[in-house]
Design a protein around this ligand. Sequence first.
Ligand code: ATP
Length: 446
Amino acid sequence: MKKTILIIDDEKDILNMLSRIIELEGYNVFKAPTGKEAIKLFKKERIHVVITDVKLPDISGIELVNTFKEINKAAEIICLTAYGKIEDGVKAIKQGAFDYLVKGDDNKKILPLLSKAYDKAELQYKILRLKSQISEQFGFNRIIGSSKPLKNAIEMAKRVAPMDTTVLILGPTGSGKEVFSRAIHSESNRATESFLAINCSALGKDLLESELFGHKAGAFTGAIKDKPGLFEEAHLGTILLDEIGEMDLELQAKLLRFLEEGTFIPLGESREKKVDVRVISATNKNLQKAVEEGAFREDLYYRLSVFTIDLPGLDQRKKDIPALANYFVKNISLKANKNIKTVSKDFIQALQEHHWKGNIRELRNIIERSIILANEEKLTADLLPFDFLLNSNPGLSTGLYKLKDVEKEHIRNLLKYTKGNKTKTAELLDIGLTTLYNKVKEYELE
Ligand SMILES: Nc1ncnc2c1ncn2[C@@H]1O[C@H](COP(=O)(O)OP(=O)(O)OP(=O)(O)O)[C@@H](O)[C@H]1O
């Protein structure tokens, strides 16, 4: 990226002299005699540093500092004050200017100061670029769906993201709790710091305690070295405590202390540590019920649920299935090196009629399976597992009550599914091939 400087002064001689000195150092210089022209240029170009006279014909240079910072926080501003007007420089710094120089007096100071301001601006641009990359990869744009319950959840999450508030995400398994936590982190001021996630149900109490809070060598058998916990590693970042409802009561007390005071004591340590970590917790359990049953601390529940986001299960947002399916087809086929060009209507319809116990994770897996099985460039319903074809009870939903009628319909569906392959159909039915032939004859299914 070019090193770009904007100089603002209504005195032509000073403007030209300054720009010549600065251009000789390899900077790309824009010049403006008034505040208005400067703002126009500032909006159009990617400026690193602005050098502005405080006294301009239209706007005061101090006011400009504010305007520039509102338009682009990454750029830095150096103000030029008249001799004996130090108070103007102080005011400019208060408004957010990088520094000030006394006009005419400090000509030798300008280049070193400019170089420092440029380095700071460049670093700020780098952070902005990183943030936008993170947001593209993990931000809310990645969350697919336009159904009302999902939009509500996104709206809530976007609001809380920039705050440091503790967030509790409730939703059934596979509904996107981790995806939401990452999006909240990536749109927060902590975006360029770590995001660490841990599943509290996957480890026993002692191991989880050591994972979260770390341990000192000798704290328990096998603890050979000091080991920092996730809270220490996530310092300045965010931690997701997934399946928080499964956390042991003793550990809940330790977590509560951390949330109240920001401190904890690693296993086997005597001194406490202090870190700055935002906590997001998630669960598919009814925590209020767990509180009533004495399995979850009430004080911790209130501390964690300062801001709660409810994620709908996929059955509550079937409208989102086509968009989600297309998104997964595109992503997975690219990774699997398959060229799936279309998805048939009956494929989408079967997905929409299914009861999604595993929610979006299940949908993703089903699509991945279908892509692997597909021989053509199209996904069709026959690639789906059999229970998708018979999405509901074949008897009750079709008005068939007699056992014989249900049996006939079931065999017909299975034959359709196996594309008439009788050996496979008999296997699925768990009956002999001869029995199947007899039934096909009896029900006139040929
Ligand atoms: N709205 C969404 N758009 C795109 N992908 C999604 C969305 N929600 C979830 N996914 C995908 O679905 C899968 C499951 O999501 P995630 O792991 O966030 O669910 P979870 O609720 O945290 O699950 P668990 O309760 O098992 O921890 C992931 O592959 C994730 O990328």
